[in-house]
Design a protein around this ligand. Structure first.
Ligand SMILES: *Cc1c(COP(=O)(O)O)cnc(C)c1O
Length: 370
């Protein structure tokens, strides 16, 4: 059996540290916005290379509140990729704006720059480049478009903790960037959690208010806000895990290298390609397989190999978005990819034997399928 991710291993390896951290929160009763949250915000900002980080309840909220904080709302359009997780566009809707979708690059799966340029209208206010699977979107080109057309950039860095583009980390390029600490992410809490990074002091103040009832002081509400705080216990867990993030990302890279070595002789399997100027932190290891992908997925599951599909239906073809008026054929690269992609098991603790087993079974299933 090779699981798609194995969160239990990480817990077992660092059990004492986690239990001590959780106990510390319970002893101090700093459950809401206490010292663990402050410590994490400072350390995460340092890790990413921004002046500020603001802990929130989830990656969805991080995107949603970042959009609100920069003033995006009703009547505005926000451009993003159709091949992302639903939360990206849900956050745009939560802010009151309209998602405008574009295709992806067929090789890197990152947002298509020409598509972005063509999607701009007088209502466009912002672009959300998604650093998908662990690689950074083509930021030079996106920043150039944003500058030329006077648009804001909010990065969706929910899959790219620690990924670098020209030596700078994902999360440092936009007015603000959103991170998710959903348990399966490269940096994951033991529940829902998220953060926003920014260099902008005004945005920082606004976000602190937005996540906490618009309230700089208890029972004073000079502005709108919701309850979207990073939980104290989750912050304590993240403080333990942040120390290991580089090490865990390096382990993912080593696992990816082994996959590449094992599979490079099989030309019918399309392996992940390196995006220009970007490192890869392999949140996901996504290949394309020939033939009936869903059958292959099922066969592998029968053999004890758990794979995933990220994502089987591009957002422009989701029922929730019929009102946006897109049709099949609008974004051919994303549509082709959605039918062929397969995410192989990937987590820092995956062993060489597990990787070899996945590759062996995958090749066997593909040759049996002819
Ligand atoms: C995980 C994820 C999110 C949402 O994060 P949650 O913490 O689950 O709300 C947003 N965008 C992308 C690309 C993600 O992978």
């Amino acid at each position: 059996m090779v699981p798609f991710v194995d969160l239990k291993k990480q817990f077992q390896e660092h059990r004492e540290e986690f239990l001590t951290a959780i106990e510390r929160v319970m002893q101090s009763a700093a459950f809401i916005l206490g010292s663990e949250v402050e410590t994490f915000e400072r350390k995460f900002a340092d890790f990413i290379g921004t002046k500020y980080a603001i802990g929130v309840a989830s990656g969805t909220d991080a995107l949603h509140l970042a959009l609100r904080a920069v003033g995006i709302g009703h009547g505005d359009e926000v451009i993003t990729a159709t091949n992302t997780f639903y939360a990206t566009t849900a956050a745009i809707e939560l802010a009151g704006a309209r998602p405008v979708l574009v295709d992806c690059d067929p090789r890197t799966y990152l947002i298509d720059v020409e598509g972005v340029e063509k999607a701009i209208t007088p209502r466009t206010k912002a672009i959300i480049p998604v650093h998908l699977y662990g690689q950074v979107a083509p930021m030079d080109d996106i920043l150039a478009i944003a500058r030329k057309r006077n648009l804001m950039i909010i990065e969706d860095a929910c899959q790219a903790h620690g990924a670098m583009y020209k030596g700078k980390k994902a999360g440092t390029f936009g007015r603000a960037a959103a991170f998710s600490f959903y348990p399966g992410k490269n940096l994951g809490a033991f529940g829902d959690a998220g953060a926003i990074t920014t260099d902008d002091a005004t945005l920082y103040e606004r976000l602190c208010a937005l996540r906490n009832y618009g309230s700089p002081k208890k029972y004073f509400h000079p502005q709108f806000g919701i309850n979207s705080r990073l939980d104290g216990i989750q912050a304590a867990i993240l403080n333990v895990k942040l120390q290991y993030l580089d090490q865990w990302n390096a382990a993912r890279v080593r696992a990816a290298e082994r996959y590449h070595r094992n599979l490079k002789g099989f030309s019918e399997i399309i392996l992940p390609t390196c995006a220009p100027h970007s490192t890869h932190v392999y949140h996901l290891f996504v290949v394309q397989v020939p033939g009936n992908r869903d059958r292959i997925l099922e066969k592998l599951a029968q053999e004890g190999i758990q794979c995933g599909i990220h994502y089987p239906i591009p957002l422009h073809l989701q029922k929730a978005y019929t009102s946006l008026g897109y049709h099949e054929g609008d974004f051919p690269c994303a549509e082709v990819a959605a039918k062929k992609i397969l995410s192989l098991p990937m987590f820092p603790e995956i062993t060489a034997e597990q990787i070899d087993c996945v590759c062996e079974r995958l090749i066997a299933v593909l040759s049996a399928a002819g």
